[in-house]
Design a binder for this molecule. Structure first.
Ligand SMILES: Nc1ncnc2c1ncn2[C@@H]1O[C@H](COP(=O)(O)OP(=O)(O)OP(=O)(O)O)[C@@H](O)[C@H]1O
Ligand SMILES: [Mg+2]
Length: 372
């Protein structure tokens, strides 16, 4: 253990289990994949270009919800000065989509949630959010009143315009599209797009690779989305192993336990049991820390890690899902060949690397940024 290098004061070790767990739960490692996705997303939110719908896509447990929180905080910080001058500004807001009942998406509930999010104080920002949302002179918007969906939607459009809201973040956005047919999915997408156009607010959808399937349904949809990939670490790349080890080093220093555990040394084992996802590592370490404190252990041992690891079947499912989702972000040689055949073009030398993929042939790819 490197003394003096830990992320907490020694006094924390004498505190209650709850406080120690809270400290670790609240600790965020700003590792390169998270940072890159955040930079790319903020660039896209601030950019005046016409991609009003942005998608953040990544495997389960990579840290999408953490990125969602970091984006709310970071944009609010960026805008702090402007907000100080004009206290009516709410630059960014976010909601989590619930799982729809019986495959039917409830727009009214969605609008209520968005309006309510505008009434909640933003982290680090002193805004009188109980002032009327969206209309500075008239009555408050009461989200509990029985307005119709179109009325609620107009309230949101007005609120976003008046509050100069740059972005609405939506976590678990794949639930937008749990509606059955491709035509219905397209309609859902068009409603989101139209809300963002009317309100002049970027809508950011955070979700798993299921979101990809939706936009790949249709060339027009895919052209209208700016997609940002938030991938896990790739163990076949030396530089990514290094990044993963650095991330583990940050986590090990933030664990409030007497002896700093040497997670870096166990990087291959930890990679295999987290499929290279920061969020899976974090949740696993939370379980280990809780157990170590209960058992009065001085450090986090390999035995503890083993007892609290996810089971192999679950990991295998996650790894397969991640693997097939990632293929959509890799230039496929077959797709390129099919495109050439369709267009009658010849071989052109480019620097792009290609790999065999499973992307559906004949489907146009969206605007994509492979982060990482
Ligand atoms: N960089 C990080 N530093 C600290 N904690 C993190 C980091 N990334 C993720 N976590 C934590 O790990 C847990 C899992 O991550 P998160 O929920 O963000 O993953 P996700 O990609 O949203 O997963 P899902 O697809 O299941 O919703 C959460 O408790 C989250 O706060
Ligand atoms: Mg999540």
């Amino acid at each position: 253990m490197t003394k003096g290098n830990r992320k907490f004061n020694e006094g924390l070790l004498l505190e209650s289990k709850e406080k120690r767990l809270d400290f670790f739960n609240n600790y965020t490692v700003s590792h390169p994949k998270l940072e890159k996705a955040l930079i790319e997303l903020k660039k896209s939110i601030y950019s005046p270009e016409n991609f009003n719908v942005i998608m953040i896509v990544g495997p389960s447990g990579v840290g999408k919800s953490r990125l969602f929180e970091q984006t709310l905080i970071s944009v609010s910080k960026d805008m702090a000065e402007e907000m100080e001058q004009d206290r009516s500004i709410i630059p960014i807001t976010g909601i989590e989509l619930p799982n729809p009942d019986l495959g039917k998406f409830n727009w009214k509930d969605f609008y209520y949630r968005v309006l309510s999010s505008l009434k909640e104080p933003l982290i680090d920002c002193k805004i009188d959010v109980h002032k009327n949302v969206g209309n500075k002179n008239k009555k408050k918007v009461d989200t509990q009143k029985a307005e119709t969906a179109p009325e609620l939607r107009r309230s949101i459009e007005k609120a976003f315009l008046n509050r100069k809201t740059k972005a609405l973040l939506i976590d678990e956005a794949q639930h937008f599209f749990d509606v059955g047919t491709a035509v219905k999915m397209q309609r859902q997408f068009n409603s989101i797009k139209s809300l963002s156009n009317m309100a002049n607010t970027k809508i950011v959808l955070f979700g798993t690779y299921e979101l990809n399937a939706v936009i790949n349904l249709d060339g027009q949809l895919s052209r209208r989305v700016h997609e940002i990939h938030f991938p896990r670490y790739d163990y076949s790349k030396a530089e990514e192993i290094k990044m993963f080890k650095n991330m583990l080093y940050s986590f090990q220093r933030a664990l409030p336990i007497k002896e700093e555990p040497n997670l870096v040394k166990l990087h291959e084992y930890i990679y295999e049991n987290s499929i290279g996802c920061a969020g899976i590592v974090k949740n696993w370490l939370q379980r280990c820390l809780s157990e170590a404190i209960d058992n009065n252990e001085e450090s986090i041992t390999i035995k503890n890690l083993e007892r609290n690891a996810m089971n192999t079947k679950k990991l295998l499912t996650l790894a397969k899902e991640a693997n097939s989702g990632e293929l959509d972000f890799i230039e496929s040689k077959e797709d390129r060949e099919e495109l050439k055949a369709l267009l009658g073009t010849k071989e052109i030398k480019t620097t792009k690397q290609t790999r065999k993929g499973t992307a559906t042939p004949g489907k146009r790819k969206p605007e994509r940024d492979a982060v990482g």
